[in-house]
Structure formats: structure tokens, C-alpha cells
Ligand binder design. Structure first.
Ligand code: ADP
Ligand code: ZN
Ligand code: ZN
Length: 804
């Protein structure tokens, strides 16, 4: 599905132009687009007359040949156009076109650096907050204005508008120092005497004193807590007394502070063996899967591999799920590699992203190691030696919307082929497809089954809530066992994480009299109750309304909440443990500026005793003092209607459990469930990946699911139900003529209407021996016939390859 267009150039332009440069081209009647030169040739197109390009925008390529090959592969494999790939790949500042809106950048620039035309535009932006490209054309009375805009962007005078992003955020760290009143030796002795009847407080002062003696740097609260072994409340008490002063410093994680780097840790014997094995597999294989249990020190192994690659003078790409790109990991790598680390993140400003792009393009010393989320596979690497895909099982490596609907892990494997580089996939709970590939010897395979320092795997206990309910041993959603364990953990001064798979207070409200549940007017879903704002909200389209006082259908005032979410758990914890600090981490609490960071930092610094959260909690975080993890209800994960629900539940529960007890003391995990004999729960308790794998693979064989079969999902959307119904029947019938029983549907998804569009899904299953390429060709052919039918033209079709 390439959809490339040919444009005319002059001989002189042909001399100058190179593949990978940008050109501005006319499109349709009056539009201007930015295009990338894919090929320079002398074959005139037959179906249309080639228009001339308007202007060359670059004097050297911004995209290299390997990238274009990758784009080509993505467009073919994921059945989208090269334009779709280009839009995902290039920072939006690179794509200038008639619809582009430009704005002035806040701040002052040296106006003398601007050429006349540039100054005119810059000045115009003082009177108008934004301009479109055609406004710029009118102001300058010129057609070719993209070079001027490009230059203004480079001079940091203007910016192209994009969705509002949050600038990458500094991390606030808590520090303490002794109040200046006690700086004299005499005052200090007086203080220590005074504190002799408060030994813990005295310990804190002495600890602070000894840490300050060793280092001249500010002293972190977390260091004092760790060395003195007291709880945060003791420090608070000293601050209240005026003995200690508390302050915060922003540690900016983007700009490396320039401190000396430290050398990497020596590996223990298991890590050493794993490292050797990985290197051995790389002799024969391009891709290796590292299955390493949580806290086995996979990162330390990666670090050694990275060191080797850097010595060879090659670049490294370290891919992580967006949410796992935490300060913890970034700081760790910056400590080892200093300025060579660049971070590429969707939360970066446009300008920062362009900067990283250019540093990679120029193979600058500042971008030898790129840490980034899925879109960093699009960076212009020229000399890549290694790709690490950490937490490779994470679903967020797949882009669902818009096209290209690519999977960054799988694309990374292709990229490493193109770059002659190696790929290491790492996880404590590998995806079935990667494990399957390793079993088939398609990938190398290495295990690391010992936790670092012999920290024991947490003790997992299943709590039968059905039984507890019968015996009246539940308080709200808390079993007596969970309350006991929580009490004990808190008494010992440790922290707790409670995991609940749903956000909101109680997902659904229901009338006790007639059973009516308020629905979203735009989507086929029940609204969710959010206590915090006393609102009913739709999680699909954002629709919201005030919570009803009486039932809309029958007027009854008795409205019940069914199910439960993080917010309700938080409320219940506050009632059960009023003396402890409770916080919540979910999409709602982390949406705001610094939200996610604030909560993580607060937990690290032991300002939170109990954290209630959703899957966000599972991502590679390392909290020293968390000893208990409670999974409030395993069943709503296990019962999710998806062929991967069991695999995902296993991964999620094991990853959450991995947050408990990462130091000497053994952690504890309590899983509450109605069905304690469920195989997945047994496998989680026993930390038995292999059993889970074998059993799930049997299902995948029997029911013809990936990784045994490949699949392409086709979604049709239209606001008119009848039209999408007829269209999908036609589509499925045509597919059946080619693929027979391997076509499922059309079927309405569980939520059949979203944002007023009705959806229908068709699934094509592709057996291993059937050619994937031929299958896609056939689908495209059917798709083309479909588009040519007048009635169907307004139906939107989405092709999703590997839609899981
Ligand atoms: P994983 O990624 O496998 O969950 P990490 O790499 O985060 O594990 O390691 C867990 C903890 O153990 C980290 O705090 C890390 O600093 C420590 N650790 C692991 N290996 C070593 C080592 N060889 N030397 C010192 N500390 C290590
Ligand atoms: Zn809705
Ligand atoms: Zn009612």
C-alpha cells in the first residue's frame, strides 16, 4: 500500500536533489504538502500528469536510506500508506503544509538575525496569535514560503502548532538540613542532650551529621531514612520542632547535570553467565529473548552489553513502554553513561524532539544511547549496534490508532536486520509470541532466574472472597486477611501497594428498583461514577454529566453502585487506616502536570504509606520499602473478553507482585478472588511461567489464535447502522470466497457504538503455512473493490495487522 506520487523536477534540481530530502509539492487544486524524496527516476507516470515540485526544502537528507526501507516495510506489513508512516516518523515540525498553523515562540530572539521576509512574519505574529501557511503567502505575496517558515523554526522564532503537550518534567526531591541555629558545636551538643529522651530523633540528627561529613552535597530525606531506619514521621517531628529544615530541589532529568559518571556494577555469577550466553546467541542469532525474573538485575546486564557496543563505536536504542520511562531508570543510565544518553519521549516539546532527531542524524556524541518509547524506532540511526526492548511483553508497544498500527518490538526486529544490529528482548513475563519464537529457535533464548542478592520471591497467598463473604469476614472490599497483613506491614513501618484494575469510584451505577444504568448518549457503554467530581463519565468519549439523584427511568431514589474502582478502594482504606497516608495512582490522578512523577517520588520518599493504583503500578518501578502488595480482585482481569486475558492477567499479577519486597525481607502478595482454583492464579502463586505458557499455547492451537495463527482485523465504521451492516456483510462474504472458514464475523464489538459511529469487526485468521503477503494482497484487492461501490464509499475501513 505504498501510494507514492511522482513529481517533475528540472535537470538542475535533479543534480542537487538526494533521496531523503524534503520538497514542497502542490497537491489537489490549491494545497501544498511536504514530501520526502523516495526515488529519483525518469519514468513519467501513466495514470496522471506529473506536476512540478515547488521547492527543495533541505540541502542534505533528513531521512536516511535505512529509514526509508523501514518505512517501506511498515507500510507493506501493516497495510498502510507511506504517508501514514511518514507522519508517525517525522517530528511534526518537519512536515509543513498548507494546513500547518504557526505560532510565535515565547521569549526573545535576536531580531537582527532575521531576513526581511522572516521579520515580516515574525512581526505579524505579534499582532495575531497564529497564522496559516496561506496567510503567510498573502503577507509576503509569494507562493513558496515553506523555506522561510523552515528558517524561522530553525531560528527558534516560531513553532508549528501541535496538540498541547506537557513539557518534560523536573523531579522534585526532598532534602533536609540542620537548622542554622544548631550550626555551632555548642548548640549541637545542647540539642543532642535535649534529644536524649527521644532516641529516634537523636538517631536522625546523628545520621544526618555523619552523612554530611562524608559528602558536601545536599542530603536526601530518603538517604537519612534508609541509614537511620526510622520512619518519616520522626523527620516530620523534627521539622515541626524547627531542628531540621526541609527543602526541595528540582532534579532535571533531561539535562544531564554533568556530574561524574560512575562505573557500572560488577555482575554476580548468574548475571555474568546470562551475559555470556546472550553474547553467544548473538554469534548465531540476531534476536535473543532474555527471560529474567523481576529484580534479577536485567538492567545491569543491559548496561554491560551497551558498554561493549559503545566501544565498537555504535549507537544503542533502548526501548521502553512510555510509562516505564521513569526517572529511576533514566538516572541510573545517566549515572553510567553521562551525556551520551538522549531521551525521546512524547511528552517532550517539539523542539526537544527535533534536537534529539538531529543529534541522532549527525551521530552526535550526545545521542549514542537513545532511551525512548515506541516512536523512537523512527529516529535516523545510521550506525545502530543494539536494540534493547525492555518489558517486551507490554501492550503499549503496539500503536492502535491512527495508522501505522505498528508494533515497536516487531518493528525493532526488522530495524535490527536493516542495520545489521542485534536485538535483545527482555521481560520477567515474556509475551507468548516471543517465547514461542524462542522455542522455535527463531530467537536465541537466555534465562536469569535468580533475584539479585538472593532476595526471595514474594510469598503469594490466595484469599477466597466467596468464602469470606459467607463467613462475614469482609469489610467492604477488604478481607480479614488483607486487613491483618496491612496492619502488620504498617506497624513495621513498611509500605503497601493495592492494585485494582479499574479506575473511577464504581464503574457502573444501577437503579435498585428497576435495574436501569445510565448510558452514554454517544457510545454503547454505561457511564462510570466518579466520586471526586460527583459525575458520571464516559471512558470512551469523555461525555460527562452530574450524578443523578433519582433513577432516570423510574424515579426511584435508590441508586446502587456496582463493581468498584480505585477511588472507592481509596475511600475504604482511609476509613480502615485513618492514621496513614493514602494516595491513588490512575489515569485520573496522573493526568495533571507532574502527576505521575509526584506520586512516584512521594512513594519513594515514604510520604505515602498505602498506594492504590491501576496497571500503571506494574511498570518496572523499584520501591525499596514496599513489603505488601494486595490485588483487590483478580476476577475482573481474568474474565475480560479477549483471547489474551489469561496471559495478560498472569503478566500483570506477576509484575505487580514483583514490586513487593525487593530487599532482604521477603515480600508478601495477597490476591483476593472468587475463584482461587483458577489455573492462572495457581501459576501466579507458584511463579510458574512454563505451565502458563504450555496451557495457553494449547488454547491458542485449539482456537486458532496467535502466535499459532496470524490475524488481520478489519473494522468498518459508519454513523448509519444499516449502511455499516450491509457493507460489513458484503466485505465478509467477499473475504469468505477467498479464505473460507478462516474469516470470522462481521460482528459488533462489545461496545458497538463509539462517538456516534457504529462498528463492525471482521477477523481474518491466517494459518502458518499460508503466505502472509499473498493474504494481504487478496485483502487489498477486496478492499479496492469495496471502495469502488458507491454506497460503501463513506464507510471507514480500518485494517489492523497483528491487532493484539
Ligand atoms: P530487573 O530489571 O531485573 O527487575 P534491576 O536491574 O532493576 O532488576 O535490579 C534490581 C535491583 O538490584 C536494582 O536496585 C539494582 O541496582 C540491583 N542490582 C542488580 N544487579 C546488581 C549488581 N550486579 N550490582 C549491584 N546492584 C545490582
Ligand atoms: Zn461516550
Ligand atoms: Zn429505576
Amino acid at each position: 500500500m505504498q501510494k507514492l506520487f511522482t513529481y517533475g523536477i528540472t535537470l538542475a534540481e535533479a543534480e542537487f536533489l538526494e533521496v531523503g530530502m524534503r520538497v514542497s509539492v502542490p497537491f489537489g487544486k490549491s494545497k501544498i504538502y511536504t514530501g520526502i524524496v523516495y526515488r529519483i527516476h525518469s519514468n513519467a507516470p501513466t495514470a496522471y500528469e506529473a506536476k512540478d515540485i515547488q521547492q527543495i526544502l533541505d540541502d542534505k537528507p533528513v531521512v536516511n536510506g535505512i529509514q526509508l526501507k523501514l518505512w517501506n516495510w511498515i507500510s507493506g506489513y501493516y497495510m498502510c500508506t507511506m504517508g501514514d508512516v511518514m507522519r508517525a516518523a517525522l517530528p511534526s515540525a518537519f512536515i509543513l503544509e498548507s494546513e500547518t498553523v504557526i505560532t510565535k515562540i515565547d521569549g526573545i530572539i535576536d531580531e537582527s538575525l532575521l531576513k526581511d521576509d522572516e521579520f515580516l512574519i515574525y512581526e505579524a505574529l505579534h499582532h495575531q496569535s497564529s497564522l496559516k501557511i496561506h496567510d503567510v503567502s498573502n503577507i509576503l505575496d509569494k507562493k513558496n514560503v515553506l523555506p522561510i517558515i523552515k528558517s524561522l523554526i530553525e531560528k527558534e522564532a516560531i513553532s508549528v502548532e501541535e496538540e498541547v503537550y506537557e513539557k518534560y518534567k523536573p523531579k522534585l526531591v526532598r532534602y533536609v538540613k540542620l537548622d542554622t541555629n544548631f550550626s555551632s558545636e555548642k548548640a549541637l551538643h545542647g540539642l543532642l542532650d535535649e534529644l536524649s529522651r527521644a532516641p529516634k530523633q537523636r538517631d536522625v540528627v546523628l545520621t544526618l551529621f555523619s552523612i554530611s561529613a562524608k559528602t558536601k552535597k545536599p542530603v536526601k530525606v530518603s538517604d537519612v531514612l534508609q541509614e537511620s531506619g526510622v520512619s518519616n514521621s520522626i523527620i516530620k517531628a523534627l521539622v515541626n520542632k524547627g531542628v531540621l529544615q526541609e527543602y526541595h530541589i528540582q532534579t532535571d532529568r533531561v539535562q544531564y547535570s554533568g556530574e561524574e559518571t560512575v562505573s557500572s556494577n560488577n555482575l554476580n555469577q548468574y548475571q555474568e553467565t546470562a551475559l555470556e550466553e546472550i553474547k553467544n546467541t548473538f554469534e548465531k542469532q540476531r534476536v535473543t529473548l532474555l527471560h529474567g525474573v523481576t529484580s534479577s538485575g536485567k538492567t545491569e546486564v543491559y548496561v554491560k552489553l551497551i558498554e561493549d557496543i559503545l566501544l565498537e563505536g555504535k549507537q544503542v536504542l533502548y526501548l521502553l513502554p512510555e510509562i516505564a520511562l521513569t526517572a529511576q531508570l533514566i538516572t541510573r543510565l545517566q549515572n553510567y553513561f553521562g551525556e551520551q544518553v538522549a531521551i525521546f519521549h512524547s511528552k517532550y516539546s517539539l523542539h526537544e524532539r527535533v534536537e534529539v532527531w538531529n543529534n541522532v542524524l549527525n551521530n552526535s556524541a550526545k545521542a549514542q544511547i537513545v532511551i525512548g518509547a515506541r516512536s523512537s524506532i523512527f529516529l535516523p540511526f545510521s550506525n545502530l549496534g543494539l536494540i534493547i526492548v525492555d518489558e517486551e511483553h507490554e501492550q503499549s508497544f503496539k500503536q492502535f490508532d491512527p495508522a501505522p498500527r505498528y508494533h515497536a518490538r516487531d518493528t525493532a526486529v526488522v530495524l535490527s536486520h536493516l542495520q545489521q544490529a542485534k536485538t535483545l528482548l527482555g521481560s520477567a513475563t515474556p509475551s507468548l509470541e516471543s517465547y514461542f519464537n524462542a522455542r522455535q529457535n527463531k530467537y536465541g533464548f537466555v534465562e536469569l532466574m535468580h533475584r539479585y542478592n538472593n532476595v526471595m520471591m514474594p510469598d503469594v497467598e490466595l484469599v477466597d472472597i466467596k468464602d469470606k463473604l459467607k463467613k462475614k469476614r469482609m469489610k467492604g472490599h477488604f478481607s480479614d486477611r488483607l486487613i491483618e497483613e496491612m496492619t502488620e506491614t504498617l506497624n513495621e513501618g513498611h509500605q503497601i501497594i493495592l492494585f485494582q484494575n479499574r479506575r473511577g469510584f464504581s464503574p457502573i451505577v444501577e437503579c435498585v428498583t428497576c435495574g436501569h444504568a445510565p448510558q452514554c448518549p454517544n457510545c454503547d457503554v454505561s457511564l462510570t461514577y466518579h466520586q471526586y467530581r460527583n459525575q458520571l463519565r464516559c471512558h470512551y468519549c469523555g461525555y460527562n454529566t452530574a450524578m443523578h439523584k433519582t433513577c432516570e427511568a423510574c424515579g426511584s431514589p435508590e441508586i446502587n453502585s456496582k463493581g468498584f474502582g480505585t477511588e472507592q478502594i481509596e475511600e475504604e482504606v482511609k476509613l480502615l487506616f485513618p492514621d496513614y497516608k493514602v494516595a491513588r495512582m490512575d489515569l485520573d490522578t496522573t493526568r495533571g502536570k507532574y502527576g505521575y512523577e509526584k506520586i512516584i517520588t512521594a512513594l519513594e520518599q515514604q510520604e505515602i504509606d498505602i498506594l492504590v493504583g491501576t496497571q500503571m503500578l506494574t511498570k518496572g518501578l523499584d520501591f525499596r520499602n514496599v513489603k505488601l502488595v494486595g490485588i483487590m480482585n483478580a476476577d475482573n482481569m481474568l474474565n475480560f473478553p479477549d483471547f489474551r486475558a489469561h496471559e495478560r492477567s498472569f503478566q500483570l499479577m506477576l509484575q505487580v507482585s514483583g514490586r513487593a519486597g525487593r530487599t532482604e525481607e521477603r515480600g508478601k502478595v495477597l490476591i483476593q478472588t472468587y475463584n482461587p482454583h483458577h489455573n492462572i492464579l495457581q501459576q501466579v502463586s507458584a511463579n510458574n511461567y512454563i505451565d502458563m505458557y504450555n496451557e495457553q499455547m494449547d488454547d491458542r492451537y485449539n482456537f486458532k489464535y496467535p502466535p499459532v495463527y496470524k490475524q488481520v482485523k478489519i473494522t468498518l465504521k459508519h454513523k448509519d447502522y444499516n449502511r455499516v451492516e450491509t457493507a460489513s456483510i458484503w466485505y465478509a462474504k467477499s473475504l469468505r470466497q477467498v479464505f473460507g472458514d478462516f474469516v470470522l464475523g462481521p460482528e459488533a464489538p462489545p461496545i458497538a457504538r463509539i462517538r456516534n459511529q457504529f462498528h463492525k469487526n471482521i477477523l481474518v485468521k491466517i494459518p502458518k503455512k499460508q503466505s502472509l503477503a499473498k493474504t494481504k494482497e487478496a485483502i487489498i484487492k477486496i478492499n479496492n473493490s469495496f471502495q469502488s461501490i458507491k454506497d460503501f464509499r463513506s464507510v471507514k475501513v480500518i485494517l489492523n495487522v497483528d491487532n493484539f
